[in-house]
Ligand binder design. Structure first.
Ligand code: DQA
Length: 145
């Protein structure tokens, strides 16, 4: 069975209490429950979060080494981390899906959020649908039926 890595960057461990007007009032455990239910018997979903750029990069290396598709919310790293971008490129160059997701729509927010250094090496980008951004990404990874 496919294992999908759902990787979350800095400050997303604070979901639920962090700017609920922007990110909603549900936490990462709620996201995990929704995605596990969506995946049902079709996939295993592993939801992880780190505030550490190096750890996130190592998880992308792990995705390559274990041939696992990735749903990635790079959070603030989206906007400036070339190290993360290079690691994301390793995933898609290996022929694995890497979907960039955002809970909010960064393009409707501050100007610095309009740049993503990840998008050009991602398989696709889904933003602005709250937790449904991840659910749509999971559908895309598993194939729409
Ligand atoms: C985010 C958008 C980013 O700009 C921000 O830094 C985040 C979360 C989102 O999911 O909407 O931390 O990636």
């Amino acid at each position: 069975m496919t294992t999908v890595l759902v990787l979350n960057g800095p400050n997303l461990g604070r979901l639920g209490s962090r700017e609920p007007d922007v990110y909603g009032s549900q936490d990462l455990d709620a996201l995990r429950r929704v995605l596990v239910a969506d995946a049902a018997e079709n996939a295993t979903v592993e939801v992880r979060q780190t505030d550490d750029e190096g750890e996130l990069i190592h998880w992308l290396h792990e995705a390559v080494d274990t041939s696992r598709p990735v749903i990635l919310n790079p959070a603030a790293f989206t906007h400036y981390s070339y190290g993360l971008r290079d690691a994301a490129a390793l995933v898609t160059k290996a022929g694995l899906a890497l979907i960039e997701v955002h809970i909010s729509n960064p393009h409707a927010r501050e100007t610095f959020r309009h740049t993503s250094v990840i998008s050009s090496v991602a398989t696709g980008v889904i933003a602005g649908f709250g937790f449904d951004s991840y659910r749509l990404a999971l559908k895309a990874v598993l194939g729409f039926n």
